[in-house]
Structures are given as C-alpha cells and as structure tokens.
Design a protein around this ligand. Structure first.
Ligand code: PLP
Length: 436
C-alpha cells in the first residue's frame, strides 16, 4: 500500500513542474519548534529551518498569536492605497536595530530576491551608476537580476539567460580554497584589495553603483571571511563612492548569535537586505539603509501590492520581541558554542570533515575525500543528507560542489532534540565514512 507521502508525491509530479526544487520527500502535516510531523505521522528533527526561515521555531506561540490577532482586524489594504501602523512600526524597529548610528529608512517587500532587486534599484538611482558587483559563490535569488548576481550555474542559471546586464563578479574570501592560492593570515587578506584591480580590467569604479555581498555565503557553502575583510572592502567602496549592500537574508535575525551577522565584522553597511527569519515564516523582506540613499527614488518608484503585508509585519514585530525580550539571542550564542564544540570533536574523529566554519550556530562542515588534496566529497554529502533523512533528521547541503553540509535549525531547539539530531548526524557520518 502506498503511503500518504507517496500519494502526494505522485500528485506533485503530475501537477507541479519538475523545475520547482525538491529537497526532501516528506509532506508536512504540522510543525512545532524544531519538530515537523509528516502526513504519515513520522516526526522529523528540523536542522534546516525551511532554509533559515524558522529561527524562532515553527509556530512560535507569540508569532501565531500576532498573526491571528492581525487577521481578525484586517488582512490586506495595500500599504500604498490605505497605509497601516504595523509597516511603520516594523520599519522604525529595523532602522533602530540595524548597524549604524545615522538616520535610516526601511522599505518592505515579500521575498529575499525582491529585497535584493529593490536594493539594486535604490543603489542605482541614488548613485546614478549602472554596474553592480557581486561575489563568486554568492547567492541572491532566482529572479532576473538576482540570478545575474548569483554565482552557481547549476541549477540556478542554466538555460535561463540572457541575464541582467552590468553585473560583475569578483572572487570571494574562501580561505579554505583560496582563489589566489594564498593562505590566511599570511596573505594579509589581500583578496579584499583585489577589488581595486577589478576596476582596471572589468568595470570602472565611477560606473559602479554597489558591491553586494553576504556576510557568510549561505548557499555558497557558509564561506566566512576573515575579521578584517569587510573593513577593507568597505574602504575601497567608499573611496570610489560605491555603496556596500550587505545581504543578511540568510545570516540575519539571530542566526549567527547577533541580530545582524555583519556586526561580527564591526562595519556599518549602506544598505542591508533581510528576509527569511524576519517574518517568522510569513513572506516578508526588507531593505534598510542610510536615509539619504533610501529616500532617493521618486514617489511611486518603489513598492508592490503585497510588500509589508499586515500579517507579515505583525509576525516580524513578534519575532523581534522574542529575540530582544525573551533571550533568544543569548540562546543562539549558547547553541553556537555547543555546536562548535560538537563539530570540532567530530572533525577529530572523521577525516572526511575538512573544515568546520561559520559563526554562532550558523555552522557548516565541508566534506572532502582527502584532507591533503581537499577533493570535494559531493556524492558523500548527498548520501549523508539522505541517510539522515531516513533516520528522521532533515539537513541541507550547499556549496558550489554540493559538498558542504549546513545547519540552520530553529534556535529554540531543545537539548534533547539537538542531541538526538546530532546523534543521527554522527551515526550517518560514520556510515558514509565507512562507505556503507
Ligand atoms: C543570501 C540570500 N539572498 C537572497 C536569497 C533569496 O531569497 P528568496 O528565496 O526569499 O527570494 C536567499 C535565499 O536563500 C539567500 O540565502
């Protein structure tokens, strides 16, 4: 007899195009905290968080209550047609909390890609320049502009071109596989300074509106630049009047132990994009930045029918309260320390773990076949994800070669759930290492 999951999968194949990504075959009936239950009643420990969306956990009671309360008042008016206070309250909160002791403004949209699209529009308008530089291994979304800014070709770009013009890419600070063959710290973090050379060979600085970069490259493999990287990059940007856009869509909202990951590097970006965990599961994104830049475009140039939907704003205000008033940021720091300890111990035991990297609980394991040659273990990472799933743990891989396993579990995960999940991970690592 086929299971309910199998029945739904058949219907999915029939009614939904194959292009819509499928990472795990379980159809979810309900979810709470860090546990999802599928339609056949099987419990899954969630180490993926809906790709970094569920930092406050599935169905956090305060988020659910905020959505319900708002839904009973009104669901949609369109902020352009008939504005409402939730949008203003959230914008004010993000302006206050985002790094930088200067006047800021925020606009709201629906998805991460939409926030990046808007950040690029605003940067171009404010600087009156066309070019945007992104990073190798960067990921910014699946719309036309964000595909152009994204690095990984398969599956994100293949066959979907031509891409948006005036987009360029420079190597990122991938120290484990330095694109310049150097090693940190002996290199002096010279890769950040290569941006200066780029203006000679690829695009003029005076034609460049913005550099867009993730603090930790999420989809790209949790690539984490050295401490001095962003200050150097920003110095060059500012020298040439180029705006620095920090894409915090995956790293933001407490994922790294700080509300904004860029605070680990101590710089103040010109524009910041947030989404994912900001809405606690509701579709929501934001562009926050220096008021004079944000305010540049003419009235009507920015927006959209659903941007900053009332339910999403109510959910996000609850999310921020949970971080700041219920101690979730502190919990995130503790979870990070615990995970770092456990993963470092695993690295001692499993040759396959070439590097453990990230910040706070935003950590990943880069798997290699040989620690000397660093040959990427992509097939093994895929097998690990499958083995974990079979044992009831959802994890995700990432990286250009798919050989990085990343962890984005809800920060509210209990110790018992975490231990169970880590137990499954270790057992599966053992099996993959032994070639079972
Ligand atoms: C850093 C980053 N930027 C942008 C996006 C795109 O967000 P969305 O899928 O909501 O469009 C993502 C999604 O994974 C992301 O990780």
């Amino acid at each position: 007899m086929t299971s309910r999951n199998e029945q739904l999968m058949e219907l999915r194949t029939q009614h939904v195009p194959a292009g819509v990504a499928l990472l795990s075959p379980a159809f979810i009936a309900q979810a709470q905290g860090a546990i999802m239950t599928d339609v056949d009643g099987r419990e899954l420990i969630d180490f993926a968080g809906g790709i970094g969306v569920n930092n406050v956990g599935h169905c956090h009671p305060k988020v659910v209550a905020a959505i319900q309360e708002q839904a009973a008042k009104f669901i949609h008016t369109c902020f352009h047609v008939a504005p409402y206070q939730g949008y203003i309250d959230l914008a004010a909160r993000l302006n206050e909390l985002a790094p930088g002791d200067f006047p800021k403004q925020t606009m709201l949209a629906n998805s991460g890609a939409e926030a990046v699209e808007n950040a690029v529009k605003i940067a171009r308008y404010a600087t009156k320049r066309p070019a945007v530089i992104s990073m190798e291994n960067g990921f910014h979304g699946r719309t036309l502009m964000t595909m152009a800014l994204t690095s990984k070709v398969k599956p994100y770009k293949l066959g979907f071109g031509p891409f948006a013009p005036e987009t360029y890419r420079i190597p990122s600070a991938y120290c484990y596989r330095c694109p310049y063959g150097s090693s940190y710290p002996a290199c002096g973090c010279a890769c950040a300074e290569k941006l200066e050379d780029f203006f000679t060979g690829f695009v003029a600085a005076e034609q460049t509106a913005a550099v867009i970069v993730e603090p930790i490259q999420g989809e790209g493999g949790f690539i984490t630049p050295p401490p001095e990287y962003f200050e150097k990059l920003q110095k060059i940007c500012h020298k040439h009047g180029i705006l620095l856009i920090i894409d915090e869509i995956q790293t933001g909202m407490g994922r790294t132990g700080k509300l904004f990951a860029i605070d680990h590097w101590g710089i103040t970006p010109d524009l910041i994009t947030t989404a994912k965990s900001l809405g606690g599961g509701m579709p929501l994104s934001a562009v926050t930045g220096r008021a004079e830049i944000m305010n540049a475009p003419h009235p009507g140039g920015l927006g959209g029918t659903y941007g900053g939907n009332p339910l999403s704003c109510a959910a996000a205000l609850a999310v921020l309260k949970i971080f700041l008033e219920d101690g979730l940021l502190e919990k995130s720091v503790q979870l990070g320390e615990k995970l770092q300890g456990r993963f470092s111990a695993m690295q001692q035991n499993y040759e396959m773990i070439g590097e453990v990297r990230g910040k706070g609980p935003m950590l990943a394991l880069e798997l290699v076949r040989d620690r000397q040659t660093k040959e990427p273990a992509g097939a093994e990472a895929k097998k690990l994800v499958k083995l974990c799933y079979d044992k009831g743990l959802v994890i995700l891989n990432c990286g250009a070669l798919g050989n990085v396993v990343r962890f984005l579990m809800p920060l509210v995960i209990t110790d018992e759930q975490l231990e169970r999940g880590l137990g499954i991970l270790e057992e599966s690592l053992q099996e993959v290492s032994c070639g079972k």
